[in-house]
Design a protein around this ligand. Structure first.
Ligand code: SF4
Length: 435
């Protein structure tokens, strides 16, 4: 989500005539798009800002901007901490960057963190990839997971109109993009704030309806979506993914903890049994699907037994990938105030044990690709080996292969290539093109 915001803001700067500087210490304008999901991400911002604040003394025309979730969380307080800042802007204001910069040009120090109806995406994003594009479909989140800072920094849910989303994807297809990833903090909430009830009394504008609506856009070969919430994940969605050929066989569904007591304290709104049922249904209808998840360990009060319940779920489900984190107390969240916080030592130890298991499981799972042919969408040249290309399988496995075929055909970004997999690692694959 943050990357998508960065691309939109970079697009606005480009439209305004700014060019990319060689590095941040020579730039005339520096914008940090920040993340506050965990404390260490937030602390990094302050160290970067310290260096820029010093530069401002010798480069008075330097424009210094903090955008994103730290900006939203800290607001005015950020100006007191770093008075050299020109602009502090929350994520809901990303599309207003040009207006806000013009206020700075008029001599103001600006804080834009008030609740704001997000403008339809008029900004043309400067996309890092020419093949795979992010498309926001819903901003904000109305859930109240007790550890999570997102609702307080990204505001209430705001779904984009299906027509506007389709138009953006059509534009991407015209520009040669082959894959889109639909984005939302809780993508299953898509459409809850849009009008429309069908004759059967069902909501009309759900994520499933949107998938059907955008599926046939010419030129787009693959569609993904993230992030799913087990509380709202429906069978109808799984059936749509099984029926629609462009929807990739990959599901990212965070389960956060394998223990029902902890899930309750997290206010996640489902049990681990319900979660397993979803995975079972996906694997019944789409046996080749890969499943990834997010997990938090050492949540306040988590016992050894409860932690082991999380490990057990990872063993049982055999995830393809799990993003892991030790609990980090965030400002303005209920769990941060609870007295039963666990020590750093326990956090580090549990995270280490979890990561070992995740790596082992992912590698075992990857062995199913050995000697199999996978369709890879080429994204770019491998930065570590210019003779190799890198891309992803439909199941979202990062895959490397030589850029020339055996008969000297040169592959390029945007190509869909059949690759026979011959090397397996925990989080990536290597193979040879077969056509
Ligand atoms: S659903 Fe996701 S973004 Fe929303 S509060 Fe829960 S963890 Fe945070």
């Amino acid at each position: 989500m943050n990357k998508a915001d960065s691309e939109r803001m970079a697009g606005i700067l480009q439209e305004m005539g700014y060019q990319e500087a060689e590095n941040e210490l020579t730039a005339d304008l520096v914008l940090y798009n920040t993340c506050t999901i965990r404390d260490n991400a937030e602390q990094k911002v302050y160290s970067y800002l310290g260096r820029q604040a010093l530069r401002k003394k010798t480069t008075p025309h330097l424009k210094l901007i903090v955008a994103g979730c730290v900006a939203q969380q800290e607001g005015e307080a950020l100006l007191r901490r770093v008075p050299e800042l020109d602009l502090v802007m929350g994520p809901q204001h990303a599309n207003r960057l040009e207006t806000l910069i013009s206020q700075v040009d008029n001599g103001h120090q600006v804080v834009a963190t008030e609740e704001h109806h997000i403008l339809e995406d008029l900004a043309i994003a400067r996309r890092d990839s020419q093949t795979c594009g992010w498309v926001n479909i819903i901003y904000g989140c109305n859930e109240r997971c007790t550890y999570c800072v997102v609702p307080s920094v990204r505001g209430k849910e705001q779904s984009r109109e299906p027509k506007a989303i389709k138009k953006e994807i059509e534009e991407l297809a015209k520009r040669g993009f082959k894959e889109v990833t639909l984005l939302g903090q809780n993508i299953d909430a898509y459409g809850r704030d849009l009008p429309g009830i069908s004759s059967s009394g069902r909501r009309k504008n759900t994520l499933t309806d949107l998938l059907y609506y955008i599926h046939d856009i010419n030129g787009i070969e693959r569609i993904r979506f993230a992030t799913s919430h087990p509380r709202y994940f429906t069978n109808r969605l799984i059936e749509a993914c099984a029926n629609l050929p462009k929807i990739c066989e990959h599901f990212h569904i965070p389960f956060q903890s394998g223990d029902n007591e902890i899930l309750k304290k997290m206010s996640r709104g489902y049990t681990i049994e319900k979660y397993k049922k979803i995975i079972y249904q996906i694997r019944t209808l789409i046996p080749e699907a890969s499943i990834s998840a997010d997990v938090i360990v050492a949540f306040p009060g988590e016992t050894k037994k409860q932690f082991h319940n999380t490990l057990q779920v990872i063993k049982e489900i055999e995830f393809d990938q799990v993003n892991t984190a030790a609990y980090s107390p965030r400002p303005n969240t209920p769990a941060a105030l609870w007295p039963n916080q666990l020590s750093e030592e326990v956090k580090v130890e549990r995270l280490r044990e979890l990561n070992l298991l995740v790596e082992e499981t992912a590698k075992r799972r990857n062995f199913r690709y050995k000697n199999k042919i996978q369709e890879v969408l080429v994204e770019k040249i491998n930065p570590k080996d210019p003779n190799q290309l890198m891309g992803r399988t439909r199941t979202n496995r990062l895959t490397f292969f030589p850029k020339y075929s055996s008969d000297n055909h040169l592959y390029k970004p945007g190509d869909l290539v059949k690759v026979r997999i011959n090397q397996i690692r925990s989080f990536s694959l290597t193979g040879l093109p077969i056509e």
